[in-house]
Write a protein that binds this ligand. Structure first.
Ligand code: DC
Length: 225
């Protein structure tokens, strides 16, 4: 049976992971959160005192970093780092900048490329990240560029952090989002950019259910032909 690949790219905090996870559940596809893989490398760097901006130090550590995606009986993606489940730890706000820094290195991206493609060869997937439609799965059946204004994304992130019991100041979150947008879209390798054949979905003025309906509609329209 032909596997279907749906690529969702966009800036941080646009709601990619929550929307992609729900859409994947609706369609019974595997949800692959590629940001979690970069976060695991960032987490390893932090835990081992490696400067995430030091390319040679990060590349030298790569052979020691075993990352694996596991799917629990709950169907949720768990990140294993050297045999340890780090699913929760990689979500800590301070890991975001580590992940962004290590993801800028071509050696890190090349190291993780095949693992992502393999998942899409074996399963129908909804894969989200920054370069899925442009680099990882250039032949994806559907490509969506999911975005929202920095302010809307900062408000959502603040709400999420408060619900998680780790509230943060709005201005600080907004500054970090703008900094990450800049870094993710200005790096030399696989910068965040919209694939030419991607459909743009801007969720600034949509709530979650409206965004999900719009996302599923785009997928349905392009896979039912
Ligand atoms: O989606 P996220 O915030 O969990 O991603 C963490 C970092 O990883 C983000 O700053 C950009 C990077 N990333 C990437 O470069 N390529 C991907 N496919 C996914 C994430």
């Amino acid at each position: 049976m032909k596997q279907i690949a749906i690529a969702i790219d966009g800036p941080s905090g646009a709601g990619k992971s929550t929307l992609a996870r729900r859409a994947a559940a609706e369609l019974s596809y595997l949800y692959v959160d590629t940001g979690a893989i970069y976060r695991s490398i960032g987490y390893y760097a932090r835990k081992n005192g490696i400067n995430p901006k030091n390319e040679s130090a990060v590349l030298a550590a790569l052979p020691n970093i075993q990352v694996e995606l596991c799917y629990g009986s709950d169907g949720l993606q768990h990140m294993m780092l050297c045999g340890q489940d780090v699913t929760k730890e990689i979500r800590l706000p301070e890991i975001s900048l580590y992940a962004s820094a290590v993801s800028a290195f071509p050696g890190v991206r090349a190291h993780l490329l095949e693992m992502q493609r393999e998942l899409a060869r074996k399963n129908s997937v909804i894969m989200d990240g920054r370069d899925i439609g442009t680099v990882v799965l250039p032949d994806a059946d559907v490509k969506i560029f999911l975005t929202a204004s920095p302010e809307a994304r900062a408000s959502r992130r603040c709400l999420e952090l408060t619900q998680r019991g780790t509230p943060e100041d709005y201005d600080k979150v907004l500054r970090e989002i703008e900094q990450r947008d800049y870094e993710d879209s200005h790096r030399a390798v696989a910068p965040l950019r919209q694939a030419e054949d991607a459909v743009v979905l801007d969720t600034t003025n949509l709530d979650f259910e409206q965004s999900l309906a719009a996302l599923l509609h785009i997928i349905w329209e392009r896979t039912s032909k």
